[in-house]
Design a protein around this ligand. Structure first.
Ligand code: BES
Ligand code: ZN
Ligand code: ZN
Length: 459
């Protein structure tokens, strides 16, 4: 992250303008400048820019077309387009924006500078942007958090199985003095996490429940749960090749809650933080859990497995039960849970479910403010009948394929205490194509919305 920004030095101004502002600005320039801009064909079209030379041919300033869609991705397209050198945002632009908008503006630059360099060096932009001191803590923390999600999701399962995921959580915990407890392999049975074990037992890399805790125990409890399926083959109900291709990203929920936890610790929110990640691979082997099996859960409810590919909700059932044992004042889970949520809302809009309208409203509003939108879907109680089972307390898949994101959320609700305000986010954690500021591959979707909400709630 550090490399995309500068803290000091000689820099060239970037002036953001819309068409009207460009006309006014040109009116104040000499004829040479006016001709230059005209010949360059620069009309302040959103996303376009124009390099302005000084008398000696040196770069004097950059004009850039303003977007009307909000500040976040304003600078993202500039990042790769500018020549090597240091830049700053013109003071007049800084003055016209609120501090929160400025934060977004600079964050967009940081997000555009992301490269996944683990397996080969990717070409990066050579421009550096002067980051005002007051903005540095928030912009760098948010950039780092989003990079964490992208890096974790982009890393192939071979290098990011349950053990590596646990090690990565330990590494994060160490920087903040947090504690981590790990229940691994057959210990999951003795410690009563039977559902996590059932899903993960077919993999040679043992399943685990990772628990990070931080902050004084007498503070209000904030608990986070993230789906950590390091790879989802579908299990015995095996996925198609196309369906399986991206399934290294099925720990995206875990990455999202880790990023949120990091921000909570970094900004020292006055909470008792508990983070739970059930980490497994949904594999195929002779000892795999099967369609038709009935498995026990920590909550005591039995679950009939209608489809081994609906594994996320199964492991989350134990993690949510465990999280509720701390009686938190807010419980949030993130999961790449259903294809149905993507059919309903597309790739960019995570589905939000909640048993608390006030919290849901706050999160939706926060998402709007930071250009990280979420869309609420209902916990429609009558659909509970769809996940009833004849021989067990409930089934892990619905009788009807319709409303799949809702029936998955209703399944989770069975494992959340009625009195606990709870939010479930079904996210895609991925960009299918490159857009400026949003490279294809792993992506945080809904993470900044949650942070923005928590920031207002706890500070
Ligand atoms: N990890 C998938 C959900 C998923 C698929 C998320 C594609 C994003 C993109 C999940 O474990 C799954 O396979 N769900 C099934 C559930 C079905 C069997 C009821 C699904 O959505 O098809
Ligand atoms: Zn699955
Ligand atoms: Zn899955």
């Amino acid at each position: 992250m550090a490399s995309a920004f500068l803290q000091r030095g000689q820099t060239t101004p970037i002036l953001l303008l819309d068409r009207t502002e460009l006309r006014r600005w040109l009116g104040q320039q000499n004829v040479t400048t006016r001709r230059w801009v005209e010949n360059a064909g620069f009309t302040a079209k959103p996303g376009s820019h124009c390099l302005l030379p000084g008398r000696g041919g040196e770069l004097k300033a950059v004009l850039a077309g303003k977007r009307d869609s909000g500040p976040l991705y304003q600078l993202s397209s500039l990042y790769k387009g500018l020549p090597k050198g240091g830049y700053h945002i013109a003071p007049e632009n800084q003055d016209e924006l609120l501090p929160a908008e400025l934060e977004q503006l600079f964050l967009g630059w940081g997000l555009a500078a992301y490269r996944f360099n683990r397996y080969k060096r990717q070409s990066a932009g050579k421009a550096r942007l002067l980051l005002p001191k007051a903005l540095k803590p928030a912009v760098s923390a948010l950039t780092d958090a989003q990079y964490l999600v992208r890096d974790w999701v982009n890393t192939p399962t071979e290098d990011f199985g349950p053990d590596e995921l646990a090690a990565a959580v330990v590494q994060q915990a160490e920087s903040f003095g947090a504690d981590v407890g790990i229940v691994r392999g057959d210990e999951l049975l003795t410690q009563n996490f039977p559902a996590v074990h059932a899903v993960g037992r077919a993999c040679t890399r043992p399943p685990q429940l990772i628990h990070l805790s931080w902050g004084d125990e007498d503070r209000p409890g904030l608990s986070l749960v993230g789906k950590g399926v390091c790879f989802d083959t579908g299990g015995l109900d095996i996925k198609s090749a196309v369906g399986m291709l991206k399934m290294k990203k099925d720990m995206g929920g875990a990455a999202h809650v880790m990023a949120i936890a990091r921000l909570v610790m970094q900004f020292q929110f006055p909470v008792r933080l508990n983070l739970f990640i059930p980490a497994v691979e949904n594999s195929i082997a002779g000892n795999a859990y099967r369609p038709g099996d009935v498995i026990p859960t920590r909550r005591g409810k039995t679950v009939e497995i209608g489809n081994t590919d609906a594994e996320g909700r199964v492991i989350l059932s134990d993690a949510l039960t465990r999280a509720c044992e701390d009686n938190p004042e807010l419980l949030l889970d993130f999961a790449t849970l259903t294809g149905a949520a993507r059919v309903a809302l597309g790739t960019d809009l995570p589905a939000l479910f909640s048993n608390d309208d006030e919290v849901a409203g706050g999160l939706l509003a926060a998402g709007e403010q930071v250009e990280d939108p979420l869309w609420q879907l209902p916990l429609h109680q009558p659909y509970r009948r769809l996940i009833a089972s004849k021989i067990a307390d409930l089934a892990n898949v619905a009788k009807s394929g319709f409303g799949g994101a809702i029936t998955a959320a209703l399944f989770l609700q069975h494992f959340v205490g009625r009195q606990i305000p709870w939010v479930h986010v079904d996210t895609y954690a991925w960009n299918d194509a490159d857009r400026s500021g949003r490279p294809s591959g792993g992506e945080a979707l809904g993470m900044r919305a949650v942070f923005h909400y928590l920031r207002a709630r706890y500070r």
